[in-house]
Design a protein around this ligand. Structure first.
Ligand code: DGY
Length: 336
C-alpha cells in the first residue's frame, strides 16, 4: 500500500506537491478558500502525513481521524499557534514548521508597514485617487521621518534581526527586548521591555503567539509609548490587544500603527474597526506572500515529510517537540 499524504489545499505554490506525488499518494482537499470543520478529518483516514497551512486547525480530532499511520504534520508556516502540540506529542506525531525561509520576506513587509504608517502613504494615496490633490501645500500629507528614528524590536529572532539589518540602512538606532537574547550585538542594544517602549519611535513585534505573549501590548504598554510612536506587527494578531490599540489611536495617544496580523482572521465583509482608522495601515496577513517565499515554505514542509517518512529526523521540528515519531515508519524503496 502506498503512503498517503493529506494536503489541505489543492493549489500550492512551487513544485513541492509534485515531489510528494512521486513517492506518495497526495489526498488533496479541493475547494475554494479553506476547509470547513470536519472536512479535513473526512479525508485524513490512513494518512501517513499531513501538509497543512498555519491557519488550519490541527487538533486531536484530525490526528485521530488519520489514525495510527500518521507520523508527521508539516506546516507550510512559521507560526504554529493553531496546532495542538500536546495532542501531537501524546500520539507520537512529529510537528514541523518553516523557520528561516520567510524571515527576509517578512522583514521586507515589516519595513513596508513602517514606511507606510510613518509617512501616511494610505491617506495620501487615497486623497489623490479620490480627486483631492488640488494644489501643493507645505502642510499637506506630513508624516514622521523613518531615517534616524529609534526602532524597538520586541523579539529578536530571525525576523527581528532581519528588520534590524534593514534599519541600519536608514541610520536608525535599534533596541531589542527578547528573553532569549539578552545581550546586544553590532546592530542592536538589548534592553528591558518598558525602556524599549518608552524610547522607541517605532515598536515592531516579532514574537510567536503563546500564553506568555497574548496581549503583550495592551493598555499599559501603549501608555508607555511616545504619542509620536508607531506600532508595527507582522507577528500574530493576539499579541496586540486591538481594543486597547483602537482606543489609543482614536484618542491620539499614538501616531500610527501598521498591522499585517489581526485578532480575527480572515475578516470577510466585516473588517476590524482599526482598518477604518486613517492612522492605521492594515493588510491581510501577507508577510510571507511572495512567489519565491511561499514556494520555499511548501518545499520545506515537503522536505520534512519526506525525511520523516524515510526514517530521518525532521529538518525543522516545532521548537520543544520531537523531530522523530514515536514509531518510525519503515523506509521503503523510493521513499526519498
Ligand atoms: C507564518 O508562516 O507564520 C505566516 O504568518 C503565514 O502563516
Amino acid at each position: 500500500m502506498s503512503m498517503r499524504v493529506l494536503v489541505t489545499r489543492d493549489e500550492l505554490p512551487g513544485s513541492g506537491v509534485e515531489r510528494l506525488a512521486a513517492v506518495a499518494e497526495p489526498v488533496l482537499w479541493r475547494g475554494d478558500g479553506a476547509p470547513g470543520p470536519g472536512e479535513l478529518a473526512a479525508l485524513a483516514a490512513g494518512a501517513d502525513a499531513v501538509l497543512a497551512l498555519g491557519g488550519d486547525p490541527v487538533d486531536a480530532a484530525l490526528l485521530d481521524a488519520a489514525g495510527p499511520s500518521l507520523r508527521v504534520v508539516a506546516l507550510a508556516s512559521m507560526g504554529y499557534d493553531n496546532v495542538d502540540r500536546a495532542a501531537a506529542a501524546e500520539r507520537g506525531v512529529v510537528l514541523t514548521h518553516t523557520p528561516g525561509v520567510l524571515a527576509e520576506t517578512t522583514a521586507d513587509l515589516a519595513f513596508a508597514l513602517i514606511l507606510a504608517a510613518r509617512r501616511r502613504l494610505g491617506p495620501a494615496g487615497a486623497s489623490l485617487a479620490g480627486g483631492g490633490w488640488d494644489v501643493f501645500r507645505m502642510h499637506d500629507y506630513l508624516g514622521l521621518d523613518v531615517h534616524g528614528a529609534t526602532l524597538g524590536l520586541i523579539g529578536y529572532g530571525q525576523i527581528g534581526r532581519a528588520v534590524a539589518r534593514r534599519a541600519q540602512g536608514f541610520g536608525m538606532r535599534v533596541l531589542h527586548h527578547d528573553p532569549y537574547s539578552t545581550s546586544g550585538d553590532a546592530v542592536s542594544t538589548a534592553t528591558d521591555l518598558d525602556t524599549l517602549l518608552a524610547r522607541a519611535d517605532i515598536v515592531s513585534l516579532h514574537v510567536p503567539l503563546t500564553d506568555a505573549t497574548r496581549h503583550l501590548v495592551s493598555t499599559r504598554e501603549l501608555a508607555l509609548m511616545k504619542p509620536t510612536a508607531t506600532l508595527i506587527s507582522t507577528a500574530r494578531g493576539g499579541v496586540v490587544d486591538e481594543d486597547a490599540l483602537l482606543r489609543a489611536v482614536r484618542e491620539g495617544r499614538l501616531h500610527s500603527a501598521g498591522l499585517d496580523v489581526h485578532e480575527r482572521e480572515p475578516m470577510g465583509a466585516e473588517p476590524s474597526p482599526l482598518a477604518a482608522e486613517e492612522a492605521v495601515v492594515t493588510l491581510p496577513h501577507i508577510g510571507s506572500a511572495t512567489h519565491a517565499t511561499r514556494a520555499a515554505m511548501v518545499d520545506l514542509a515537503v522536505d520534512n515529510i519526506l525525511d520523516v517518512l524515510a526514517g530521518l529526523p525532521a529538518r525543522t521540528a516545532v521548537p520543544g517537540t520531537s523531530a522523530v515519531p514515536a514509531t518510525p515508519r519503515i523506509p521503503r524503496a523510493g521513499a526519498h
